[in-house]
Design a protein around this ligand. Structure first.
Ligand code: URA
Length: 195
């Protein structure tokens, strides 16, 4: 059987040459994802922004720095212990949300990553990955903080860090406050699932 490193290498090569949707015309680099292939948690964002497009790495801009802080300071979860990827692997122009066609064109890549990595937990950030994987129109405000089965893997929707950047309030029930609670729940589940 081929080892997971070479399977991922091949997957990344396929992503790098993909022309299945219009986003290939405007991208600088594809952003396949990064992290340990023996991870227990995979985090799925929406799609690359400008800094990700220019570097080929996920969540390296402002939202990425906030994500790292939430994981490390809020949850005591090291960023380099989780695999981080996106629903679409190429930047949507002007940081708009990826549309349905683009999400469908990239779906096989995301599903292959999740099924190959087979983590204990998949965290979806915001509406785009949550609705794409769960095939629902329900919004993140309803779904965040709930544990939901996705093909035998525990899926945990959380707010997207960009949403927190747009909403500074720290009041009880604000997105920041709820995110803080969610990352603590996430850490508790990781610890509970430890053998
Ligand atoms: N936002 C995302 O959803 N993904 C990234 O990689 C960066 C910002």
């Amino acid at each position: 059987m081929r080892d997971i490193n070479s399977v991922f290498e091949e997957l990344h090569t396929q992503i790098a040459s993909c022309t299945k949707c219009e986003l290939c015309r405007t991208r600088t680099y594809t952003v396949p994802g990064e992290g340990p292939l023996n991870c227990r948690v995979v985090i799925v964002g929406e799609g690359p922004g400008q800094e990700e497009d220019e570097s080929g790495r996920p969540f390296v801009g402002k939202a990425g720095r906030l994500l790292t802080d939430i994981l490390e300071k809020g949850g005591n979860i090291r960023r380099d212990s989780v695999y981080i990827t996106n629903t679409v692997k190429c930047r949507p122009p002007d940081n708009r949300n990826p549309n349905a066609k683009e999400i469908e064109a990239c779906r096989n890549f995301l599903e292959a990553q999740l099924l190959l990595l087979h983590p204990d937990i998949v965290v979806t950030l915001g509406n785009v990955p949550t609705q794409a994987l769960l095939n629902t129109k329900q919004g993140i405000t309803n779904l965040r903080g709930k544990w939901i089965d996705w093909r035998g893997i525990k899926l945990f929707p959380m707010f997207h860090p960009s949403y927190l950047l747009r909403n500074e309030s720290r009041a009880v029930e604000s997105p920041r406050y709820l995110m803080w609670q969610d990352v603590k729940d996430l850490k508790a589940k990781i610890d509970e699932l430890k053998d």
